[in-house]
Design a protein around this ligand. Structure first.
Ligand code: ADP
Ligand code: MG
Length: 571
């Protein structure tokens, strides 16, 4: 057996780097976490070539003193904990003192830092070999520059994705930081171009910065607490879903995590609303007492362990499902009045409000399904800005509404067959905010950003783009379904879309007319299970599904607007 060697620092740092620095995205994450721990309120991130060429994070945090600059590059050197007991109450994102040493060992790195009222110093490292501390010019805070990542680890380099692939991961990571820390202003540049920006204006602004304003009206705000577990954030409404899990973010005690207990609690709360391969949208901040969670599970700190999974599961499930079901229990958990209002609206949704005409906010809420979080004035301003000039209809885009028309002697649930009318909803493209590059945004969030308002005939490219989106979206939803409707999957010409909409509406209208009955002469006999309305006429009984009827009313309104070309869009 060979002699046992104590590995020199350079070697074990590179081994540790394998765990902490898996890819450019992990470097970005560690550096931003350091900036946040340093109390930064503004963080600027630059990457080039998917982070392989350059990752630079500049913050206005507390800075590093000259004497500490050297130590920052040493393994297990941290200012965040000092003794074993501190591990029990970690309040910072970093604590292992591994990141800088690991990153430095596999890149060319420099840290330039200035503490308030101090001088600015810079220290460079070449694959872990430190240079001399130099005095330089700079602003308060820290500027960490990582160039040529993995230049001395060619095997690792081979395992990286393409520049674009790595860039996408970094963008997703930064989006999560924006959502998590809406009190910090982030600016993110890719190859010199600004891609994302937030302004430290709170959760709602952060949500809009990342997903666009359109998402707001699809979301329900939550701010609740049960058994010491606090939940705040946004969840998609009962009809809003995504085709994959990338739109699910959980921040536990301020840290982004992926945890099976939490995600299954939320998915199960949605179980009765979403179908297979439909995934809920959520951005949730969950706070639990420090004592019941262990974050020291893996160096990348992405998972956590709870002392009692059942409690966590139970609390999250009951809050999310109470909010979704709109039942009065939700009110018990609510900790802040604005959300209370929103849940109240949901709970008492079916109580007709006579004051609607006088209350513009209510009118607006009704317009947007009761989940509008914009003020009436703001929304009106936005609507004014973006009068629609065309609309797209792709019958394959959305799962169909099932319209239960009152058909003689048959309950809606039992009714099927040729006279059962299936309608589809219309999907409209949201508008990107004017200060951001729509092309970039489209690339990042293809299903949220494209720009129909600027459509011109010669912009054949846009048509292609939109067709691609429509095609892809329908593929995702429908899979390998329904050969007979193949015709619908053909790329739509945008002008034809309007014509074909019109034809479709006329056809549907004709069919509906044939089945329509006037129930005004029927007498209302009562309500069953708070769900079905009972009507009688002579010796016949009619059962109407309230929920489906409500959908039908909304649908009819939309259809009317569609016909008049006055469908409202909102950026
Ligand atoms: P950890 O974050 O686990 O403490 P790191 O290797 O990431 O370990 O950082 C080592 C130390 O360097 C930190 O504890 C902190 O004192 C200092 N440091 C790193 N980045 C910054 C920054 N942006 N601003 C201020 N101090 C920093
Ligand atoms: Mg750190």
């Amino acid at each position: 057996m060979a002699k046992i060697n104590i590995l020199p620092a350079k070697v074990y740092n590179r081994i540790a780097a394998g765990e902490v620095v898996e890819r450019p995205c992990s470097v970005v994450k560690e550096l931003i976490e350091n900036s946040i721990d340093a109390g930064a309120t503004e963080i600027e991130i630059h990457i080039e070539k998917g982070g392989k060429q350059l990752i630079r994070v500049i913050d206005n945090g507390c800075g590093i003193e000259r004497e500490d600059l050297h130590s920052a590059f040493l393994p297990h050197a941290t200012s965040k904990i000092a003794q074993a007991e501190d591990l029990e109450k970690i309040m910072t994102l970093g604590f292992r003192g591994e990141a800088i040493a690991s990153i430095a060992s596999v890149s060319k790195m420099s840290i330039t830092s200035k503490i308030k009222d101090g001088k600015c110093y810079r220290l460079e490292s070449n694959g872990g070999e430190l240079g001399q501390i130099m005095e330089t010019a700079g602003e308060n805070g820290t500027d960490v520059c990582v160039e040529m990542l993995f230049f001395n680890a060619p095997v690792r380099l081979n395992f990286l994705k393409t520049d674009k692939g790595e860039e996408t991961e970094i963008t997703a990571c930064i989006s999560r930081f924006i959502l998590n820390r809406s009190d910090i202003a982030f600016t993110y540049y890719v190859d010199g171009k600004k891609v994302l920006q937030s302004f430290s204006g709170g959760d709602e602004e952060a949500l809009v910065s990342v997903y666009g304003a359109a998402v707001l009206r699809e979301c329900i705000a939550i701010n609740a607490e049960k058994h010491g577990v606090k939940i705040r954030g946004y969840i998609g409404n009962q009809n809003y879903y995504k085709a994959n899990k990338t739109y699910q973010c959980v921040f536990l005690n301020g840290r982004y995590i992926v945890n099976a207990t939490i995600s299954s609690a939320i998915s199960n709360a949605y179980a009765s609303y979403l179908m297979k391969r439909q995934y809920p949208f959520y951005v949730l901040h969950i706070d639990v007492p420090q004592e019941i969670v262990d974050v020291n599970v893996h160096p990348n700190k992405a998972d956590v362990r709870f002392s009692d999974n059942k409690i966590i599961y139970g609390c999250i499930y009951s809050i999310v499902s109470a909010v979704l079901d709109g039942n009065s229990k939700a009110l018990e958990y609510v900790v802040q009045s604005p959300v209370k209002e929103e849940i109240k609206e949901k709970v008492f949704d079916d109580v007709p409000d006579k004051k609607e005409e006088e209350n513009p906010q209510m009118k607006l809420d009704k317009e947007f399904g009761g989940f509008s979080t914009m003020s009436y004035e703001d929304a009106m301003r936005e609507m004014e800005k973006c009068k629609p000039n065309f609309s797209v209809h792709n019958p394959k885009l959305e799962p169909q509404y099932e319209l239960d028309l009152p058909i003689k002697g048959v309950t809606p649930a039992a009714h099927s067959g040729p006279d059962y009318v299936h309608e589809r909803t219309f999907q409209f493209a949201p508008f990107p905010s004017p200060d951001r590059d729509p092309k970039k945004l489209h690339k990042l969030f293809p299903d949220l950003y494209y720009q129909p308002s600027k459509f011109k005939l010669e912009e054949a490219q846009s048509i292609e783009k939109i067709n691609a989106i429509l095609g892809r979206e329908s593929e995702r939803i429908e899979g390998a379904e329904n050969e007979s409707s193949k015709e619908n999957a053909q790329p739509l010409s945008l002008f034809d879309a309007f014509e074909s909409n019109k034809r479709l509406l006329e056809e549907e209208d004709k069919r509906a007319q044939q089945q329509k009955m006037d129930i005004s002469s029927f007498s209302f006999a009562g309500k069953l299970f708070n769900t079905y309305l009972l009507y009688e006429r002579g010796d016949e009984i009619y059962i109407i599904d309230q929920h489906a009827a409500h959908e039908r009313i909304i649908f009819d309104k939309l259809r009317e607007k569609m016909r008049n070309r006055t469908v409202v869009m909102q950026p």
